[in-house]
Design a protein around this ligand. Structure first.
Ligand code: SF4
Length: 339
């Protein structure tokens, strides 16, 4: 199984309940950012720039749980910033698991070995380590030597202790998919449970300095399609965690509207709208985010900032929500999950 059975069961039950309640928009994954501070400063990351003036602020555990209570999403992706330097990460994870939610803890892996004692293995708790290539490539992207080696040691320690471990690889313009295949082969031997791939595209928060960076490292929409068509062939033998319908979107074989409302982001400023990447405003409640955003005005072809976007937070939920509408997609998703 690609994901634990408990996750499929919770998500299926949740989707049925939302449909029966007649809800048009509802959350699938809460992107929870308890802090924006990080122990790295990576090339592609906009968070430390966008939130420079509040980078030392943190949400309390109660604020995190209130946000989860309000939106009710069955999955929480704890990100940031680097969540392993959040002092209350252990109690936060325990409290979310006590609500029988599923957690993806997204980390750069630098503090993983040291912080592992704060968690207990569970089918509801997955550690998701960011790795963009083999040692030289990854360390260059995160701009510090030794990060790859430390993250790998963290992965090994986590697997030895019985944790579910996934990795997330961002695909940039220069990403060599043969190297990604080498990486996935290596990580498979370490027992990693699955691999996420995310396309990097340039969005506007970086300002002028990053505009030139964007030209060098981020992908246009056509480049995303070309890279992911190649990735689908080249990486087919590894346990990819991007759903088949989302891969169709990445490969340019079909289109779906962005569903950023399904993966809302909550951080020290509130509910970030319209999405994890683009910021127009922060709202006090998820309800306000839903009501105040003109969802028909965002997405490729509608908002210039979204032109090259196919990122996970907007389009994986679109794929998940679209699958039940076609029998063939539903079957593909079911076989993929069993694979
Ligand atoms: S397409 Fe959706 S996820 Fe992408 S930048 Fe626009 S609003 Fe955000």
């Amino acid at each position: 199984m690609r994901f634990p059975l408990s996750l499929t069961r919770s998500m299926t039950g949740y989707l049925i309940r939302q449909r029966l309640a007649g809800r048009k928009r509802f959350p699938l994954v809460l992107m929870l950012e308890p802090l924006h501070a990080c122990n790295l400063r990576c090339t592609g990351c906009g968070r430390v720039r966008e939130y420079a003036d509040c980078v030392h602020q943190r949400l309390s555990v109660d604020e995190c749980l209130d946000a989860l209570d309000e939106c009710g999403a069955p999955i929480v992706s704890i990100c940031g910033g680097e969540p392993l330097i959040y002092p209350e990460i252990g109690p936060l994870v325990d409290a979310i698991l006590a609500q029988r939610k599923h957690i993806y803890l997204c980390t750069n892996g630098l503090a993983l070995r040291e912080q592992l004692v704060r968690f207990r293995p569970s089918s509801r708790f997955a550690i998701n380590v960011h790795l963009d290539g083999m040692e030289a490539t990854h360390d260059a992207i995160v701009q510090r030597e030794g990060v790859f080696a430390e993250a790998v040691q963290g992965i090994q320690a986590a697997k030895r202790a019985g944790f579910l471990v996934y990795t997330n690889t961002t695909v940039y313009r220069r990403t060599d998919l043969d190297e990604v295949a080498v990486l996935f082969e290596y990580l498979s031997q370490l027992g990693v449970d699955g691999f996420m791939l995310s396309p990097a595209f340039g969005y506007e928060v970086f300002g002028s300095r990053a505009a030139s960076d964007a030209e060098r490292i981020f992908l246009t929409r056509d480049e995303i399609h070309a890279k992911f068509r190649l990735a689908r062939r080249r990486l087919a033998r590894y346990r990819l965690c991007s759903s088949p319908v989302y891969m169709d979107l990445l490969c340019g074989e079909r289109e779906l509207p962005c569903a950023a409302w399904a993966n809302p982001t909550y951080n020290v400023r509130g509910w970030k709208g319209p999405c994890y990447l683009v910021t127009d405003a922060h709202y006090a409640t998820y309800r306000e985010l839903l009501d105040a955003t003109d969802w028909d005005a965002i997405g490729p072809g509608r908002d210039a900032r979204c032109e090259h976007c196919l990122v996970h937070c907007g389009f994986e939920p679109a794929a998940v929500l679209a699958a039940p509408r076609r029998g063939a997609d539903l079957l593909r998703m079911a076989f993929w999950q069993l694979g």
